[in-house]
Write a protein that binds this ligand. Sequence first.
Ligand SMILES: Cc1ncnc2c1ncn2[C@@H]1O[C@H](/C=C/CNC(=O)c2cc(-c3ccc(F)cc3)cc(O)c2O)C[C@H]1O
Ligand SMILES: [Mg+2]
Length: 214
Amino acid sequence: TGSTQPQRILKAVQNNATWGDAESVIATIDNYCRRKEWAMNVGDDKGPILDSVVSEVSPKVALELGTYCGYSTIRIARLLSPGSCLITLEFNPDCAIIARQIIAWAGLQDRVQLLEGPSKDLIPQMKESFRVKSFDFVFLDHWKEYYLPDTKLLEECGLLRKGTVLLADNVICPGTPKYLEYVRNSPRYESCYFKSHLEYTKVEDGLEKSVFLG
Ligand SMILES: Cc1ncnc2c1ncn2[C@@H]1O[C@H](/C=C/CNC(=O)c2cc(-c3ccc(F)cc3)cc(O)c2O)C[C@H]1O
Ligand SMILES: [Mg+2]
């Protein structure tokens, strides 16, 4: 039986990246996915936009929906100030086990809490079980049809506060029409679109930044 894509990405990191060096892990994954095997990482075109929004918000408590191999987890966590934390949700155990190793290779395991399970089960546990008051920043990059229901769930659970920034990947490709319609038309959000490209391609894609107004 062959290897999985996450296993191959981990091997590339172990063979090419410097232990404890997040930048080298990011560069290794981008090189591997651009030259050898496309993978659904936010990538090196949209990545700097993610970086700039995270740096602007400088969140104390951040949430990521959809870890996959941990590429965007590392992009976000490397920018967090000490004492801040990123909670990332992943329901596929095979992805989770790989992501934990890639996050550790980058030396960021102390700032990241990877929780295994579906977002709809984990989000309602955030206050009681994970002692989260509210999130300062949320990165949405999981199955696209879950962006809208999970945003509504975050609202209902009181996990968004005045000024919380939501940043959504893939609003053009594959596309998240119901989510876009919601955040662009709801009076409770101030939204803007950052045009870019689908990772490792020339296809248009972009990130939607939406500030919750309370
Ligand atoms: C509900 C829920 N809870 C927890 N983890 C969840 C979850 N839904 C997915 N996940 C986890 O996130 C990851 C899934 C991410 C889904 N992302 C995608 O489907 C995705 C797809 C593309 C894409 C674009 C053009 C093409 F031609 C083909 C693909 C590009 C991207 O950047 C993507 O994020 C892995 C999965 O186990
Ligand atoms: Mg994506």
